[in-house]
Design a protein around this ligand. Structure first.
Ligand SMILES: [Zn+2]
Ligand SMILES: [Zn+2]
Length: 156
């Protein structure tokens, strides 16, 4: 379960970290989304409530939370670090069109490391990344198909 803003605030306190209004809003933004936002996206959402907050403060708070193990900083090849507040092991669907990252909760425990890689390597966790196109991008691709057969892509 994603921690509530209250739980995260209590956790910050218990670890001797200062609980600022900025951090509280950042907690709230993070716990209200499943979209693995970038630091910039968190910043944009937080700024609607705290117009004077700096991107630097947002970065610092996200990095604090990641260092505490309260969220994951993911690099899934979308070009920016994505922050994931869901801590239980899970998998991801990455859209190569728009960069959307969705969670997938599914038991892939039957997936095993083949020999010879399995020799001497102890698996602790299996994280699977599916890359492709989300429904929105796939529908768009379909509609944007070449209007005339043979139209070179550069002219679209
Ligand atoms: Zn997409
Ligand atoms: Zn996730």
């Amino acid at each position: 379960m994603v921690k509530s803003a209250e739980e995260l605030t209590a956790l910050f306190r218990s670890r001797g970290l200062k609980v600022t209004p900025q951090r509280q809003v950042i907690f709230r933004v993070l716990s209200s989304t499943t979209h693995h936002p970038t630091a910039e996206a968190v910043y944009a959402a937080v700024r609607s409530e705290l117009p004077t907050i700096s991107l630097r403060t947002v970065y610092q708070s996200l990095n604090d939370l990641a260092a505490m193990g309260e969220l994951s900083a993911l690099d899934l090849g979308t070009g920016s670090t994505r922050f994931d507040p869901t801590l239980e092991p899970h998998h991801h669907l990455v859209c190569e069109g728009c960069g959307t990252i969705e969670d997938l909760h599914h038991d892939f425990s039957g997936v095993i490391l083949p020999a010879p890689a399995a020799e001497g390597f102890e698996v602790n966790a299996t994280e699977i990344v599916f890359r492709g196109r989300c429904a929105t991008c796939a529908a768009h691709d379909h509609n944007a198909a070449a209007p005339f057969p043979g139209t070179p892509p550069s002219e679209l």
